[in-house]
Design a protein around this ligand. Structure first.
Ligand code: GRG
Length: 366
């Protein structure tokens, strides 16, 4: 039986503060409840930004296009339109739209052509967050440093705002992509990714696992705060819960990462080898993103993350740190990011942004 020892390092508070600065300087949070204000006041103001996510220059273009996309038509009731805009324009990282544009760029396409797909995928993402935050699902009151949509508005409006954004995404693709065959390919790819066997299916299995005693787990000793841990790696790899967890996250989180890169490839008429490399890159960063998300739930502060933390541990939820320990989960994320970087290398200089973004996914603290 093989054992691996991991040393757990404390999180870098400087890095955490720097990233908080990046987040809040792009999008100052809007406060409207005392609970939110309290959460956001937990850490001191950070000093300077230091992590290059690879797409700072794309972000203003994305924000402007998102604003333009918030014209929902004269029949859209004011309150519904406000709720949809509140969710879509809230200060998110914009990773998925950036990935669409980066994939198009590294396959020789233009940002302009990729933008409708970038906006559509962010609409799907925003809808999924609104619905995930509802009382019937994750029951959250804080998202992107603001009250969630059902708290700011009301539950029925939040459900409808999610429904509206989901449908608008496909309307946007059909109207804004000029070449009919590309519009069809984009609609097909995004509907598959957002559908019952991918995003929605992953969410459904995640909720079921939470309610199934087989998947409920106590926090491992490492997660509970030990400085050193010795993992029985062979036992962990045999644990069927690990496969189930990966299957959930490849769909719930990974599907939108994968389709983002695929949409960029579609818009740029990418070759098969390029699409394959982008697919491999997406699979690795999608899962790494989730492993890091699980880690941040244990290690980050709500003020930095813009959403509640410690929820997974509190509910005995199946997570990577819970199964692998904090050190094992970090190791897993590092391996996935190394694999993603290898795929990005295949694009030479034009894969630079993809490499930077992979590093950001690993190092992010929000
Ligand atoms: C309701 C159909 C349906 C799906 C919900 C997106 C999702 C599935 C759940 C969100 C809960 C969650 C924390 C998932 C982990 C990964 C994830 C999608 C995090 C949020 O993505 P970020 O960090 O968000 O890119 P921002 O706000 O920066 O855009």
């Amino acid at each position: 039986m093989r054992t691996v020892a991991w040393t757990i390092r404390p999180a870098s508070s400087k890095l955490s503060q720097s990233l908080h600065f990046i987040h809040s300087s792009f999008h100052p949070p809007q406060f409207s409840s005392t609970a939110v204000i309290a959460a956001l006041q937990m850490s001191p103001p950070p000093k300077k930004a230091s992590v290059n996510c690879g797409f700072d220059d794309l972000r203003p273009h994305i924000e402007q296009a998102l604003e333009r996309a918030c014209e929902f038509g004269s029949g859209c009731p004011t309150r519904l339109g406000e709720a949809m805009s509140y969710a879509l324009l809230a200060p998110g990282k914009r990773l998925r739209p950036a990935l669409v544009m980066m994939a198009a760029e590294c396959c020789g396409g233009s940002w302009e052509d990729a933008m409708p797909a970038a906006i559509a995928v962010e609409m799907i993402h925003a809808y999924s967050l609104i619905h995930d935050d509802l009382p019937a699902m994750d029951d959250d009151d804080l998202r992107r440093g603001r009250p969630t949509v059902h708290i700011k508005f009301d539950e029925a409006t939040a459900i409808l705002a999610g429904d509206g954004l989901l449908t608008e995404a496909f309307s946007h693709l059909s109207q804004q992509i000029k070449a009919p065959e590309k519009a069809l390919a984009a609609i097909r790819a995004l509907s598959l990714a957002a559908g019952a066997s991918r995003l929605v299916g992953g969410q459904a299995d995640d909720l079921s696992a939470e309610r199934d005693p087989v998947f409920a787990q106590p926090a491992s000793p490492a997660v509970a705060g030990c400085q050193d841990e010795t993992l029985d790696w062979s036992e962990i790899l045999d644990d069927p819960r690990l496969g189930h967890l990966e299957s959930i996250h490849r769909r719930k989180t990974g599907a939108l990462f994968s389709v983002s890169l695929d949409l960029g490839a579609i818009m740029a008429d990418a070759s098969e080898p390029q699409r394959e490399s982008l697919g491999n890159y997406a699979a690795s960063i999608g899962l790494a993103f989730q492993v890091v998300d699980d880690l941040l739930d244990y290690t980050a502060e709500a003020s930095t993350l813009g959403k509640r933390t410690g929820k997974d541990a509190g509910r005995g939820k199946l997570t990577y740190p819970g199964l692998l320990g904090l050190g094992g989960a970090r190791q897993k994320a590092q391996e996935l990011i190394a694999a993603a970087r290898c795929e990005a290398e295949k694009f030479g200089d034009s894969g630079r942004r993809l490499r930077l973004l992979a590093d950001f996914v690993l190092e992010r603290s929000y």
